[in-house]
Design a binder for this molecule. Sequence first.
Ligand SMILES: [Zn+2]
Length: 287
Amino acid sequence: MNKFATEERCIAHLEKLRWPDGPRCPKCGGDRISKFEAAGKTGKNRYLYECMPCSYQYSITVGTIFHDSHMSLTRWFVAIYLICSAKKGISAKELQRQLSVTYKTAWYMAHRIRVAMQEDKDFCQKFSGIVESDETYVGGKQKGLRGRAVSTNKVPVVAIKERTSGKIRMKVLSDVSSTSLSDFIRENVAPGSKMHTDEFKSYLWLDTSEFAHGAVNHSQQYVRYEGDEAIHTNGCENVWSLLKRGIVGVFHKVSAKYLPLYLNEFEFRFNNRDEFNMMDQVLRLSF
Ligand SMILES: [Zn+2]
């Protein structure tokens, strides 16, 4: 709160992250830039840049998730901080209280931040080594329904977890058929990796595929050993319990439409949980 107490401090921080070698023109890429202040419509000072060669005038938020928002950067920074530090997620209602903004604004800000978190995927490489895969159902009003029982108001979600890095990836699926699961796994896991799953029939294709496969029969045991290799999907189980505590306890009822965005937020926070500065990660993704 102290570090980013003023608009000027937020701008200085964004500037350092966005243009480590000094401001650049977003239009022509030029680096001969003059900075100036001008009175904005609301009476508050606006901090602007002007490109000498092409005369383009812009602010630090041009082309970012903060662009076109009347919200101060100080509030945006607090919103990002709160979303990053709430392990189970934070509701729009809670954001509204903390930021003293309307519910609509809080909701909009949270969604913009989730969209930024989503961008992270582009930098992701395929998982390799041992990779767990599991699916669950999210949504609807029935509590504690677990497993693959067909339910119309529940949306299937798949998660994979790379054993060495501990990173996860999740996706909303239309169904849990072999085709859907194999598409997701082939998109996200390098050939030659070993998949750990339970004995669900939609994973049978793995046995004759480009992947190695170790299955554990959950009606009998949670872990099965092949020599020293422990075959289990406990990593995914942990993700489900965290995700469900978030959705049940914080978001109450997540509509299927927004579920992919909520999953992004969870995934981002989970994968960056050991990062020294998760907030800067989000800010970098906001450009
Ligand atoms: Zn320019």
